[in-house]
Design a protein around this ligand. Structure first.
Ligand code: PHE
Length: 497
């Protein structure tokens, strides 16, 4: 219990102490004629247990009725290893003895070599040359052994020795707190009032008291509703989840429908349907996770026929369906757009605006700015009249709604879009542009086989990076570490508001 704030202290102090618990009153009465008493003594006098005394003492301290004197006592103990070194001697002492006999290093035990030699060297006891130990000076006594003896006798060794013993884990330190309490002048006044308190004060109203009508006779203790209590730890959404919802809300409010697609995908949808040639470097293992189970996955033949034609007439090679069958973890969310184009063409559901927020996988080494698994925000506008200005306007609107003011577009290259662009956001504090994602207009070679018409505006944007920026964090891995302390921290909660 942390106590009350000063405003409520005053209120309570000037009132009749009606929020005090019976234990508090018992403690006050028990120690009223004493000077400083220990918690154990107070427990004996008041017939309360130690915890109850402590709890009451701290409540009463906040109300300035009790004064608490705190003194921390350090005590030291020898560990099992310390005990062994005390009995057998330290490894470095053994090494010094061995050095006296001119022993070879390899004759030493593992511990003597690992622990003893470095310390013996550091202490200036030995020299080592050509694998042989040579004695420089043999110590008569060793400060560490003396220190351990002192601890054993209940004495406190010299600070330097003590620190070394603790850092070598030969001894441990325990800090125990001792409290002594006494009433303040205010507390003594309260003790006088204690006599007037009705002895039958009740803390809790029970069902039985109500039904029996006994409630009419009892005196209920008042609650202190302003007492500070421990912060409750409650479940909240993970910041990534709330952010995904926020992004989803933005697209829905802009009239977009959500599309769906699998994370385990065929190379066909991940690459081929997106006009990516079968020998494109992005397909190679350093970027793409290929799966062994299932190793192959099918795709619709009718669509494949059209994709094959588009690829063969442009790339002048023979398109191989076996390569398209290989299973991958999708490397981007654009295959969902490709699938959606086929679906809405079938249902004649064009024009239309679609989005998806999904996980993607890339075979990359992870560090603070790279993850092998992250989310993309994908979208398409399927509309014969759509143009490049619509694309820029949409992205600008999206990022504005997300809270980014200054963004820019740069020309770029993707196999499936023309023109293609990259989107950057400006970071005021760092005076720096940061890349957020790619976009463009799907080429006719993509849209004709899938939808049968042209054009389609498309984009794929990183999710984690923008969230990281908005949280003022630096390390992308934070989102995947499940660090409870961080998840409960203000940074995360602030984001929700
Ligand atoms: N798929 C691209 C990427 O992963 C982004 C993109 C999507 C680019 C749609 C253009 C159109 O980087």
């Amino acid at each position: 219990m942390k106590g009350t704030n000063s405003e409520s202290n005053e209120k309570l102090n000037s009132s009749d102490f009606s929020t005090l618990h019976q234990n508090d009153w018992m403690l006050i009465s028990a120690i009223k004629s004493k000077d400083l008493v220990s918690i154990d003594e107070a427990a004996k006098l008041s017939k309360l247990n130690r915890d109850a005394v402590l709890r009451s003492a701290f409540t009463l301290k906040e109300l300035k009725l009790i004064e608490i004197k705190e003194d921390a006592k350090e005590s030291f103990n020898i560990t099992a290893e310390g005990e062994r070194f005390l009995n057998e001697g330290y490894p470095e002492q053994k090494v010094a003895e061995a050095a006296e006999k001119g022993t070879q290093i390899e004759k030493l035990t593992e511990e003597q070599r690992r622990v003893g030699v470095p310390w013996a060297l550091k202490n200036g006891w030995i020299d080592v040359s050509l694998g042989k130990l040579k004695l420089r000076a043999k110590p008569k006594s060793y400060a560490l052994t003396e220190g351990l003896k002192q601890i054993k006798e209940g004495r406190v060794p010299d600070k330097k020795v003590l620190d070394l013993l603790i850092s070598r884990k030969n001894a441990t330190m325990k800090v125990s707190k001792n409290y002594e309490i006494r009433l303040t002048a205010e507390g003594k006044k309260a003790a006088e009032k204690a006599k007037e308190k009705p002895s039958s004060e009740v803390n809790e109203l029970t069902h039985e008291m109500i039904t029996s009508g006994k409630w009419k006779e009892i005196v209920l203790r008042k609650y202190n509703t302003e007492a500070e209590v421990e912060k409750p730890i409650f479940g909240t959404q993970h910041p990534l989840t709330s952010y995904i919802e926020k992004v989803r809300d933005i697209f829905v409010s802009m009239g977009f429908e959500e599309m769906e697609g699998p994370e385990v995908e065929s190379s066909f949808w991940n690459f081929d349907a997106l006009f990516t040639p079968q020998d494109h470097p992005a397909r190679e293992l350093h970027d793409t996770f290929y799966l062994n189970q299932p190793k192959y996955v099918s795709f619709p033949n009718d669509v494949a026929e059209k994709v094959k034609q588009a690829q063969e007439s442009s790339w002048k090679y023979s398109w191989d369906p076996n390569i398209a069958e290989q299973t991958v973890l999708r490397t981007h969310t654009t295959p969902v757009s490709a699938r959606t184009l086929v679906e809405i063409a079938k249902k004649k559901k064009t024009p239309g605006k679609y989005f998806v927020i999904g996980r993607v996988y890339r075979n990359e080494a992870t560090d603070f700015s790279h993850l092998a698994e992250f989310h993309q925000i994908e979208g398409i506008v399927v509309w014969k009249k759509a143009n490049f200005r619509h694309l820029i306007g949409l992205l600008q609107e999206f990022y504005n709604r997300l809270g980014f003011r200054k963004i820019r577009f740069r020309p770029h290259y993707f196999p499936y879009t023309e023109p293609s662009l990259e989107i950057d956001v400006y970071l005021e504090e760092r005076k720096q542009w940061l890349e957020l994602g790619g976009a463009g207009i799907f080429r006719p070679e993509v849209t004709k086989p899938l939808w049968g018409d042209y054009p389609v505006l498309a984009w794929g944007l990183g999710l984690e990076r923008t969230l990281l920026l908005q949280m003022g964090e630096k390390d992308l891995r934070k989102f995947y570490q499940n660090d409870l302390h961080w998840l409960r921290s203000n940074a995360v909660l602030k984001l929700k508001q």
